[in-house]
Design a protein around this ligand. Structure first.
Ligand SMILES: *Cc1c(COP(=O)(O)O)cnc(C)c1O
Length: 398
């Protein structure tokens, strides 16, 4: 016998609401942030440069530039690679809106591509189909932390002579065929937003092996001001600078970097914890007819940022929105990653896009729910999520 859903007067699986996501910040972070506040240097300085060194060393890339967000990282990476008016940039429709927004900020055209049905990562065949002579860059999105099919994407990019800029907002710590995400392309952008795998509250970074690109990214991210100008003209003194480009203000503060340095120390444990909760979900959901879990390619280390499930709607009497409401009544927070870019009014109307132009993403969108997955969760929390999903699925089984 199945118990009654909380929405119908049953007892909720949990007494206390389990948020969809929470950051995990400890005493070390608090101590280090206070040290920065007391130091007299609170904006970009020694902590930020240290964080850059550690990120480069963690990913294995030669250079890291820390910034105010992943959105900023994507924006300046494209700008520094020369993307501008009249250019096209191919990216996934299954992403957060900022991946596409930044392309428009540069007056270029976002060309969306559909995703793989199993992992929701951008489909290489779709990229190939959407490339034109105006294509100036490709932005694969490592959906949920699952690396895209990078060998094929790199080959397409190489043949077309265009750079790849990875949206690795979910994928710090991911590995593709033995190579770290961060070492596979011209530039790789990470997010340190509050609920990403590593947080600085708000923040991001670009890593690259190309010293000139790193220097240009640095320049564009700070007003286009050349800090080296005064070094070359020593007689002018240290107050002198030259503006080489009308740049942006995207630098990361030392307060954020202090947080990031502590979080990077813990990232290994965070990823293990994410793995273990994901494994618990995988085990528990394996035999269920009402839901499907996403697949993981062989040869990748998934960074397990998200744990999306797909409802098998033909087996249920309720839709996705109602399933989310039912879980909320059981005190389980969830979200949807993502509303596909092509379904947002601006993109739909500006580019005349139809839902079915990207059939895999459109069909997935109707069925996707991201479950809570974060290191602060206990095994009991995860077991509650499983119980609530089972309870709702059983009650509304067709
Ligand atoms: C979070 C996210 C971003 C933006 O990151 P911010 O640091 O918040 O700017 C970009 N792309 C994807 C896929 C994301 O999930």
């Amino acid at each position: 016998m199945t118990s009654l859903p909380a929405s119908a007067g049953g007892t909720p699986v949990r007494k206390q609401f389990l948020p969809y996501a929470l950051p995990l910040v400890g005493d070390e972070e608090k101590r280090e942030v206070l040290k920065v506040l007391d130091s007299g240097w609170i904006t970009t300085g020694p902590r930020a440069f240290e964080f850059e060194k550690r990120l480069a060393s963690y990913t294995g890339a030669a250079h890291a530039v820390v910034l105010s967000s992943c959105t900023a990282a994507l924006h300046v990476s494209l700008a520094a690679l020369g993307v501008g008016e009249g250019d096209e940039v191919v990216t996934s429709t299954m992403t957060f809106c900022s991946t596409a927004n930044v392309i428009l900020h540069l007056k270029a055209r976002p060309v969306l591509a559909d995703v793989e049905p199993g992992a929701m990562t951008i489909s290489p065949e779709e990229i190939r189909r959407r490339m034109t002579p105006r294509t100036k860059a490709i932005i694969p999105v490592h959906y949920g932390g699952h690396p895209c099919r990078m060998d094929e994407i790199a080959e397409i990019a190489r043949k077309a002579g265009v750079p790849v800029v990875e949206d690795a907002a979910h994928a710090l710590g991911a590995v593709y065929k033995g190579r770290n995400v961060g070492t596979l392309s011209a530039a790789t952008c990470f997010s340190f937003y509050a609920i990403k795998n590593l947080t600085t509250a708000e923040g991001g970074a670009v890593v690259t092996d190309d010293p000139e690109l790193a220097a240009r990214i640095r320049l564009y991210a700070f007003h286009g001001m050349s800090k080296d100008a005064w070094k070359r003209y020593t007689s002018a003194g240290s107050w002198y600078y030259e503006v080489m480009y009308p740049g942006f203000k995207y630098n990361m503060t030392d307060i954020q970097a202090a947080l990031g340095l502590c979080q990077l120390e813990k990232l290994g444990q965070f990823l293990e914890r994410r793995e273990s909760i994901a494994a618990l979900y995988d085990r528990e959901f394996a035999g269920m007819d009402e839901i499907t879990t996403l697949s993981v390619d062989s040869g990748v280390r998934h960074a397990r940022h998200l744990y999306p499930i797909m409802l098998n709607l033909e087996r249920l009497t309720i839709d996705r929105a109602r399933f989310i409401e039912e879980l909320k009544a059981e005190n389980i927070g969830t979200t949807v990653n993502f509303v596909p870019v092509h379904m947002h009014p601006y993109y739909r109307d500006t580019f005349g896009l139809k839902r079915e132009d990207f059939p895999v993403a459109a069909a997935a969108y109707d069925r996707l729910i991201s479950l809570p997955l974060y290191p602060k969760m206990t095994d009991e929390d995860a077991a509650d999520v499983v119980e609530a999903v089972r309870k709702i699925a059983a009650h509304f089984r067709r």
